[in-house]
Design a protein around this ligand. Structure first.
Ligand code: CP
Length: 321
């Protein structure tokens, strides 16, 4: 039976700024608890006996691996299936049944990557252990959003009064959705959305910004936005999740998905103290030639993700209040 008293992490909507800061304080401390051989020393001892299970219906490198590493650094056991489509799912097993089966093996939590928005919430209805949403279709990616926010805090020293440019596929890009929702919890943040036609940020997010009185603009013009930005957050076109309308648009406009490539010319527009972020993987929309520019921090972002996912595991298990 599913328990009602579990700490699932399904959406950033669950989190208030005080809880986020408690997690980030833990992440700060975690960074100091690694020795020079990358061994983690957890105050209070390891989380031995706990097992994290990764149930991944869709492709992943970062989310799958970083939760595995985060759990192992904490002293937990790790189980997982990144090829769930080759399991009983291929025989037609439902998400609900698979969740009930995995729960019966007594993991301490399940990290779920799934195909459709709302899958994580559905899984939580049937799980008897906490579910962490590791990305549900075009819905949300709360753990990525959290470490994107942590990256902003680390790199710019604040999570408020930021001018944020978000670009690429903002309609299917769940990381951009979660990051925007998180930034909207803090005062004074403003947004410029840049995307090809049919790939614009969802109306639900724009309505949420309107309701909170936060400014946003939509433009196809990079120059002014880049010059003013504190953060440029770039994303790839999610070709695996195109709507019929988007597929039609790309067929009629070949190369439209490659229109916005960030290279030397574009990053030169940004201030020296601004930062270029990307959730990765990139598939051509950021030129590797700019990787060594100090403003390009997408690989640092990945490391911040490890710390924050350690904090998320600790919170889900009740070690952070
Ligand atoms: N950013 C991200 O979620 O990457 P993966 O799909 O590799 O997990």
């Amino acid at each position: 039976m599913a328990s009602k008293n579990l700490r699932h992490l399904l959406s950033v909507d669950q989190l208030d700024t005080e809880l986020i800061e408690r997690m980030f304080t833990y992440a700060d401390a975690a960074a100091k608890n690694f020795d020079d051989k990358n061994r983690f020393h957890r105050p209070g001892g390891p989380l031995q006996g706990h097992i994290l299970h990764r149930l991944f219906y869709k492709e992943s490198t970062r989310t799958y691996e970083s939760f595995g590493f985060a759990a192992e650094h904490l002293g937990m056991g790790v189980q997982g299936s990144q090829s769930v489509q080759f399991s009983s799912v291929a025989k037609g097993e439902t998400l609900e049944d698979t969740i009930r089966v995995i729960s019966a093996y007594l993991p301490s939590l399940i990290v779920l990557r799934s195909a459709k928005a709302g899958d994580a919430a559905r899984a939580a209805e049937f799980a008897s252990v906490p579910i962490v949403n590791g990305g549900d279709g075009s819905g949300e990616h709360p753990t990525q959003g959290l470490y994107d926010l942590y990256t902003a805090r680390e790199e710019l020293g604040r999570t408020s009064n930021l001018k944020v440019v978000m670009g690429g596929d903002l309609s299917n890009g769940r990381t951009a959705r979660s990051f925007t929702k998180l930034l909207a919890k803090y005062p004074g943040n403003s947004f410029t959305f840049i995307s090809p036609p049919t790939f614009e940020m969802g109306d639900d997010i724009k309505q949420m910004l309107d309701e909170k009185g936060l400014k946003y603009t939509e433009t196809s013009e990079l120059e002014t936005a880049f010059k003013e930005a504190d953060i440029v957050y770039w994303t790839r076109v999610q070709t695996e999740r195109l709507t019929d309308e988007q597929a039609k648009f790309l067929k009629a406009n070949p190369g439209a998905d490659k229109k916005y490539v960030i290279g030397a010319k574009e990053i030169a527009l940004m201030r020296k103290d601004a930062r270029l972020m990307h959730p990765l993987p990139r598939v051509g929309e950021i030129d590797p030639a700019i990787d060594n520019d100090p403003r390009a921090i997408y690989f640092d972002q990945v490391h911040y993700g490890l710390r924050v996912r350690m904090a998320i595991i600790e919170w889900v298990l009740g070690y952070i209040e």
